[in-house]
Ligand binder design. Structure first.
Ligand SMILES: NC(=O)c1ccc[n+]([C@@H]2O[C@H](COP(=O)([O-])OP(=O)(O)OC[C@H]3O[C@@H](n4cnc5c(N)ncnc54)[C@H](O)[C@@H]3O)[C@@H](O)[C@H]2O)c1
Length: 371
C-alpha cells in the first residue's frame, strides 16, 4: 500500500467539497493508496491555516507554489477562480504531479490547449471537476442510450439554470469577468456541454445567442458603486451532433426558482428519458408501448451507489458525486480505469463553448472544427 499526499489549493465552495471528498473516499471504497491530507493553500494565509486545522490537513501555505513544491504532495487539487487554473495546473505539470482541476478548464481555448498538450507531454494523470457525470443514475442513462433501449437518438434538450444572479442587486464577483471566468456559459453551461458529450458524443456544429441582461451590478453587496458586466447572463444554442441527433442548449444564472437545474430530455425512436439534477436520484423513462413515464430510482444495483448505502432509494447527494469523482481519479492514478474527464476531454468541452460564443457573436452556424 502506497501513500498519496493530497495538496489542495482554495478553501471556498469547492475547496470544502474537495476536502470532504478526500476525507470520505477511503471510508467509501477500498483504495490502492493511503490518502494523506498533506497540505492546503489559500491566498489568505490565516484562512489557509484555519481550514487546514479544521479539515485535517498537515500543513498550510499562503503561497500555492510552495504547496506544489512540497515533496509530501503527490496530487494537486485546484479549486480557485477559473483564471488561476492555467498557471497552477501548468506549474503542477512542470513538477510532474497529477492534477485534479475544477471546471471549466481555463478561461480561453489557447490556455486549455496548452494545458492538455503539456499534460499529455508530461504523461501526468489529469481530471476536471465535471462531477455530475459520476452520478450512478447518469451511468444508467448512458447505458440505456448505448444499449439501444431508446432506439436511434434523435433529440437532446439540455438546460442548466440557477438563480443566484437573478437579483440585479446580486453583486459583481470574479464570475462576472471575461478574463477571470466567462459568465453563465462558462460557469453552468460547461457542465451541460460536458454532459451532452458524455452521453451523446461529439457536437459538430452550433448556432447560438448570448445575452447580458444586467449590464451593471453593485461592486459588492450593498454598495452604491456599480461595475460594468460584459459576460453572458444567459445563452441559448442549437446543436447538431455528429451522430445526426439534434439538440437545444441553454444556460442561465437568472432563472428564478432554479437552484441546480442541470437537466436534459433525450429522445430516440423507441423512447425518451429525462433527468434533473435537483432530483439527482431519479430518471424518468418512457419506452415505446408505455402510456407515460416510469420513475427509476437509484439503488445499490448501480455501480458506485452501494459505497454509500446498501438500500435502494436512500439517495446520494452532491458531495457523494464528488467522492465518486475522487475515487475514479485515485483508481486512475493506480493505473486502474479511465473514467472521468481528463484535460484532453475538458479541452473539447472548451472548444464547444468557444464555438457557441463565436456563433453568438457572428450570428451564424459554426462548425466546431473551425475553432
Ligand atoms: N464542479 C462543480 O460543481 C463546481 C461548483 C462550484 C464551483 N466550481 C468551480 O470551482 C472553482 C472555485 O469556485 P468556488 O465557488 O469554490 O469559488 P470561491 O470563490 O468560493 O473559492 C475560491 C477560493 O480560491 C482562493 N484563491 C483565490 N486566489 C487564490 C490564490 N492566488 N492562491 C490560492 N488561493 C486562492 C480563494 O481564497 C477561495 O478560497 C471555479 O473554477 C468554479 O468554476 C465547480
Amino acid at each position: 500500500m502506497r501513500e498519496l499526499g493530497i495538496g489542495l489549493i482554495g478553501t471556498g465552495f469547492m475547496g470544502r467539497a474537495h476536502a470532504l471528498a478526500f476525507r470520505n473516499v477511503s471510508a467509501a471504497f477500498e483504495l490502492p493508496f493511503t490518502l494523506r491530507l498533506a497540505a492546503l493553500a489559500d491566498a489568505d494565509p490565516v484562512r489557509a491555516q484555519a481550514c487546514a486545522t479544521a479539515w485535517g490537513f498537515e500543513q498550510a501555505h499562503g503561497d500555492w507554489q510552495q504547496l506544489i513544491d512540497d515533496p509530501r504532495v503527490n496530487l494537486i487539487a485546484i479549486t480557485t477562480p477559473n483564471h488561476l487554473h492555467y498557471p497552477m495546473a501548468m506549474a503542477a505539470i512542470a513538477a510532474g504531479k497529477p492534477v485534479y482541476c475544477e471546471k471549466p478548464l481555463a478561461v480561453n481555448l489557447e490556455q486549455a490547449n496548452a494545458m492538455h498538450l503539456a499534460a499529455r507531454h508530461a504523461g501526468v494523470v489529469t481530471r476536471v471537476g465535471y462531477n455530475y457525470q459520476h452520478n450512478p443514475i447518469i451511468g444508467l442513462a448512458r447505458e440505456l442510450i448505448l444499449n439501444g433501449s431508446l432506439g436511434e437518438i434523435i433529440s437532446f434538450q439540455g438546460e442548466f439554470s440557477e438563480d443566484f444572479m437573478a437579483d440585479p442587486a446580486s453583486p459583481w464577483s470574479w464570475r462576472c469577468e471575461t478574463e477571470h471566468a466567462g459568465g453563465a456559459l462558462a460557469d453552468l453551461g460547461s457542465h451541460l456541454l460536458a454532459m451532452a458529450r458524455h452521453l451523446l458524443g461529439n457536437v459538430e456544429s452550433v448556432c447560438a445567442d448570448a445575452q447580458t441582461v444586467h449590464r451593471q451590478r453593485p461592486a459588492m453587496a450593498g454598495s452604491q458603486d456599480q461595475r460594468s458586466i460584459a459576460v453572458d447572463d444567459q445563452t441559448h444554442a442549437l446543436l447538431r451532433f455528429a451522430s445526426g441527433a439534434r439538440g437545444t442548449f441553454s444556460s442561465s444564472w437568472l432563472k428564478h426558482g432554479y437552484k441546480n437545474h442541470l437537466s436534459f430530455e433525450i429522445s430516440g425512436t423507441r423512447g425518451t428519458l429525462t433527468f434533473d439534477q435537483e432530483r439527482l436520484n431519479e430518471l424518468r423513462l418512457c419506452r415505446v408501448g408505455q402510456d407515460g413515464f416510469q420513475r427509476l430510482l437509484a439503488g445499490p444495483n448501480l455501480p458506485g451507489y452501494a459505497a454509500f448505502s446498501p438500500a435502494p432509494g436512500h439517495q446520494l447527494g452532491y458531495n457523494e458525486l464528488k467522492t465518486l469523482e475522487v475515487h475514479e481519479l485515485v483508481m486512475a492514478l493506480a493505473g486502474h480505469g479511465q473514467a472521468g474527464t481528463d484535460f484532453e476531454e475538458a479541452f473539447e468541452v472548451e472548444r464547444l463553448a468557444t464555438a457557441i460564443r463565436l456563433a453568438a457573436r457572428e450570428r451564424r452556424w459554426v462548425d466546431v472544427s473551425e475553432v
